[in-house]
Design a protein around this ligand. Structure first.
Ligand SMILES: [Zn+2]
Length: 633
């Protein structure tokens, strides 16, 4: 097994979580599953398990289907269909097969199921009168033989091109890495690549290259599997390393994720991460596994080589400092980072950190002074104006606090303040002035914060870490009211409850709901429920929201029909499609929906039935606007 050596190294200083060991005492079963697409032939992946995605790790392998829809999808082993989903969102049309060894294989973005599974799914859709279903199916209902064609591959749900999304899970919904099950259909002997690193100061006294904050460094390629950073980086105190990496496989242009990272400083293991498995409901921890701010601002994934506060994923091993690097002397330290793909190809990056404990930065940097501020953990960082050498002043309600300069670069002073000492209203440093909208320091846990016409509700699972809550509200944009909670670069784990009473009273009948809004003023429907004069909603993201009116109903366009099937396109400009309901002579009719092509089409469960009589289609958007199409067929 490729990881054995590595795991043994890791075991020297801590014990690996035993989930996998207990499940597969003899290693992963290697010949149990057959490959679901073109078994026995060379196959290619569009994505691998563990790739970093918005709000989740990619749970399986995306198997290429040559840009085609309709390739036969084979059951990997004997078993039964234990769960079935018909949906235009997420995984799209999906089958889950439970096998006698307790593992579950998942086949997603399917175009259609085979005849018997389709018949079963239509029975259920008609019984529930729902166009979207996600149902559990008892054993013995849909038994499956190894190799049986269960479906045709497709591009349904949130897929951006035809492929099969394939997963292997255990009974407890832990996702396992399919690459470790010995599929010979995939070839990969290409070593992964380091793209960039970043080093971040982890407390108020830490410095990287004599400054406080986060600094990125370019990586130099030396030879296959060997990378370095030629410059020596100076370091002081507690630091966090972040790496940006990617992998390739033979004969494809696709870019993949790297599953395993090992960090050593002066030969001593500091941090180790091996993404062989995780629980499906732990996905959102990815937002503290990565540097979330960089992801939001640049769409680049930097993975932390330390475990941030609030990160409950358990696929890490780390030193007593949670993987952080501590530099307390003036010697030179060798940092060695190794990355491994699931096929055992490895690369290493080596660089030097030179301890520098004195506080006299002589660096000249390309650096633009800006009057705004940054918050790193508990530290507020502000700049003073060019040439200013005095202390900065913080104003805290009745109090004035004088802050000495932490350092100066190119004549631009930087000041650091520990926010745990009290939240400032504003600050000044030379001609630079900042106004903060701090409300409170909110620690993870239940908390209700009333702020006039806006009330915030934090639950036990809202926050990863302490939030220095900042709120702006009652700003009117094009006649519509907004509120802003911190900004979208701060991740939250669970939703934050809001109750907002717009001051320019709008009511339910005006179809006003919450939309998130970005700096370019593009709106995205969020939702909300009206109670009397307030909108209540659970927000999944921090940032700016607007109460916006949608009075435009969906557009229904008739396309064609036969005696068996009628086709339309549907579209809604503002809040999006919520429900689709069709009837023939008053009886409910299933309409499949593919949101990317905007197509909807009918399907009967009884193959002898024909489209004859009064057909009515109602499409409703999320704001309750409804369009109705009627035709006598
Ligand atoms: Zn996928």
């Amino acid at each position: 097994m490729k990881f054995v050596k590595l795991i043994q190294t890791a075991l020297l200083f801590m014990c690996l979580s035993n989930i996998l060991m207990a499940q597969f005492p003899n290693g992963y079963p290697k010949n149990y599953f057959m490959f679901p697409i073109n078994p026995g032939q060379r196959n290619y992946l569009a994505a691998n398990m563990g790739e970093l995605r918005p709000n989740h790790f990619h749970g399986g392998m995306d198997i290429k289907t040559g840009g085609q829809i309709g390739l036969p999808v084979h059951a990997c082993a004997d078993g039964y269909v234990s769960r079935l989903r018909v949906s235009t969102n997420g995984y799209g049309n999906t089958l889950y097969i439970t096998h006698p060894n307790g593992l579950v294989t998942v086949y997603a973005h399917l175009d259609r199921f085979n005849a018997s599974i389709t018949a079963y799914s239509l029975e259920q859709l008609y019984a529930l009168e729902q166009t979207d279903i996600d149902i559990l199916i008892p054993e013995n209902t849909l038994p499956i033989k190894k190799g049986e064609i269960i479906a045709k591959s497709g591009n349904t749900g949130g897929s951006s091109g035809p492929h099969l999304h394939f997963e292997i899970r255990d009974k407890k919904e832990n996702v396992l890495n399919p690459a470790l099950f010995g599929f010979t259909e995939i070839e990969d002997n290409i070593k992964p690549t380091f793209d960039k690193i970043a080093i971040r100061t982890m407390d108020i006294d830490s410095r990287v290259n004599e400054t406080f904050g986060r600094e990125e460094f370019s990586v130099t390629y030396l030879s296959p599997g060997k990378f370095s950073i030629p410059q020596t980086i100076t370091a002081k105190g507690l630091l966090g390393l972040e790496i940006r990496v990617h992998d390739k496989m033979n004969e494809t242009h696709n870019v993949y994720g790297v599953n395993c990272i090992e960090l050593k400083v002066d030969g001593k293991e500091v941090f180790y991460h091996n993404l062989e498995t995780y629980a499906f409901d732990e996905n959102r921890y990815i937002n503290v596994h990565i540097d979330y701010e960089t992801y939001i601002l640049k769409r680049q994934y930097f993975q932390k080589c330390y475990v941030a506060d609030g990160n409950n994923l358990n696929f890490y091993l780390m030193n007593a400092l949670n993987g952080k690097i501590s530099i307390t002397d003036s010697s030179t330290h060798i940092v060695d980072v190794r990355i491994y793909d699931s096929n055992g190809n490895a690369s290493s990056l080596t660089f030097k950190l030179k301890g520098k404990q004195d506080q006299n930065p002589k660096l000249t940097k390309i650096y633009t002074p800006k009057p705004d501020f940054d918050i790193y953990e508990n530290t507020l960082k502000i700049n003073g104006s060019l040439g200013y050498t005095e202390n900065a002043t913080l104003f805290l309600q009745q109090k004035k606090v004088s802050i000495p300069m932490a350092y100066s670069i190119n004549n631009i002073p930087t000041y650091l303040y520990d926010l745990r000492k009290g939240l400032p209203d504003s600050s000044s440093a030379g001609t630079f002035k900042s106004v903060y909208d701090f409300v409170d320091m909110v620690v993870p846990g239940k908390r209700r914060i009333p702020l006039g016409n806006l009330t915030l509700l934090f639950t036990d699972t809202t926050l990863f870490d302490t939030l220095y809550l900042r709120v702006k509200k009652n700003i009117v944009l094009n006649g519509e009211e907004t509120f802003e909670i911190n900004n979208p670069t701060v991740p939250i784990y669970g939703p934050i409850g809001v109750t907002f009473c717009p001051q320019n009273y709008v009511n339910k009948n005006e179809r006003c709901y919450l939309y998130s809004i970005n700096n370019s003023l593009s709106k995205k429907y969020a939702g909300g429920n009206w109670t009397q004069d307030s909108l209540i909603h659970n927000l999944s993201y921090l940032g700016k929201y607007i109460v916006s009116k949608d009075s435009t109903p969906p557009v229904i366009t008739y396309k064609s029909n036969t005696t068996k099937r009628i086709n339309f396109t549907i579209f809604d400009k503002e809040s999006g499609i919520d429900t689709i309901r069709a009837t023939l002579n008053g009886d409910w009719v299933m309409m499949y929906y593919e949101h990317k092509s905007r197509l909807i089409w009918s399907a009967f469960k009884d193959s002898t039935q024909v489209l004859k009589g009064d057909f009515v289609l109602e499409v409703t958007d999320n704001s309750g606007n409804k369009s109705v199409y009627k035709k006598t067929l």
